[in-house]
Design a protein around this ligand. Structure first.
Ligand code: AMP
Length: 370
């Protein structure tokens, strides 16, 4: 799940479990090396509060804990300017000091830490950091214990913040640099008004509308191989096979690499298609945000489609039996998708009977909340 902090999105990066494992390993190593000492652990605030807390809880021997407060981050870039806000308050002469840092990137904070301890006559100064960004590190102070090496990406959570936010998260998240998309699946039986509504919504929210039915019809009109294949199924009101439909859908999405999001209309229609869509969105660092379903009574649908058939030129709209078969096919095969998205709390049913404007309003109310 993505986390939004002010204007930025962050994606899961290091799980709670991975963090706790890394902390435990550091504790084991430090405890083993310092078992004959009474170390004093010094946390660097604010970022290290969670790490220090978990570390000392796991630490198996008596120890002391204190904090100093420095500030080095402003926004997402490490600044050169480190401020000492709360310094040391106790005598550290001849003590073994273990500095517990949440993260070391440029090493500027660490330089300040060394400056602080230079005149304290400590027995030894040991540096232990939970996270370490080797690509960003510009100093040569020794790092005695490192929990996890990470790439040079901005992270939040587990004490680390973005503009003060995100410190409370028990796991670590990474800044998501690709554009944030809103993707919705517009759902509903044939004749529910998906196409009409999609046209309004795509303009209003600047989204790309992909109707698999329209793409198939375009291919039929242009007599492509895909069109010929699809026609044999469409003429009977049956679904085009998953493999064909999924490949086509992927190609349509790839054509719109800069999209701010998609309205999928007529897709997915099967569980396999829904899973393929999740995988596809995942590969774009994104997800389906909602399935918005237009709910309309069967008899109203048949009436609307027969009416549309008089002018649309769609052969599958002309015959009541084919229409009823498409509606049946929809409920037989596709209503399971309601369960698929409901299980993820992403299903939103919208009353699809009323004026076009009224229905657009109802749909917008859902989209505005995403
Ligand atoms: P539609 O315009 O959405 O009502 O689709 C018309 C016809 O195109 C359907 O009856 C199917 O034969 C075919 N079709 C459209 N989308 C899909 C899909 N996602 N999976 C399989 N067949 C589809």
């Amino acid at each position: 799940m993505l986390v939004k902090l002010q204007d930025l999105y962050f994606k899961p990066f290091i799980s709670e479990e991975q963090i706790q494992d890394a902390v435990q390993q550091m504790v084991d190593a430090v405890a083993n090396d310092l078992k004959d000492e009474m170390p004093i652990f010094v946390g660097i605030l604010n970022g290290s509060f969670m790490f220090v807390s978990d570390f000392v809880k796991k630490y198996p021997h008596p120890c002391e804990v204190t904090f100093i407060k420095l500030a080095s981050y402003e926004g997402v870039k490490s600044t050169e300017d480190i401020q000492r806000l709360i310094g040391l308050t106790q005598d550290l002469t001849d003590r073994t000091v273990v500095v517990l840092e949440d993260i070391i990137d440029s090493g500027n904070t660490l330089e300040e830490v060394h400056r602080i301890f230079k005149n304290e006559n400590v027995k030894q100064l040991i540096i232990a950091t939970l996270f370490y960004k080797p690509e960003a590190y510009k100093k040569d102070f020794k790092l005695h214990y490192v929990g996890l090496e990470i790439p040079n990406k901005f992270i939040v959570g587990y004490g680390l913040d973005y503009n003060g936010l995100g410190r409370d998260l028990p796991a670590v998240y990474q800044l998501k640099t690709t554009q944030h998309m809103i993707n919705i699946v517009l759902f509903g039986p044939p004749g529910a008004g998906k196409g009409t509504q999609a046209n309004f919504l795509k303009d209003k929210y600047d989204l790309v509308h992909i109707s698999t039915g329209d793409v198939f019809r375009y291919n039929i009109k242009n007599e492509t191989a895909l069109g010929t294949l699809a026609k044999s199924y469409m003429d009977k009101g049956e679904l085009v096979p998953d493999k064909v439909t999924i490949d086509m859908l992927k190609a349509e999405v790839e054509k719109n690499a800069d999209a701010k999001g998609f309205i999928f209309d007529g897709f997915p229609r099967t569980n396999a298609q829904a899973k393929a869509l999740d995988t596809l969105m995942n590969s774009k660092d994104s997800q389906i945000n909602a399935m918005v379903a237009l709910e309309v009574d069967d008899e109203v649908l048949v009436e609307r489609l027969l009416e549309r058939g008089k002018t649309s030129g769609r052969s599958d709209d002309a015959d009541e039996n084919i229409i009823r078969n498409r509606i049946k096919e929809y409920y037989d095969k596709t209503a399971i998708l309601k369960d698929y998205y409901s299980a993820q709390d992403k299903y939103f049913g919208v009353d699809g009977v009323g004026s076009i404007e009224a229905i657009t309003e109802r749909l917008s109310a859902v989209l505005d909340k995403l």
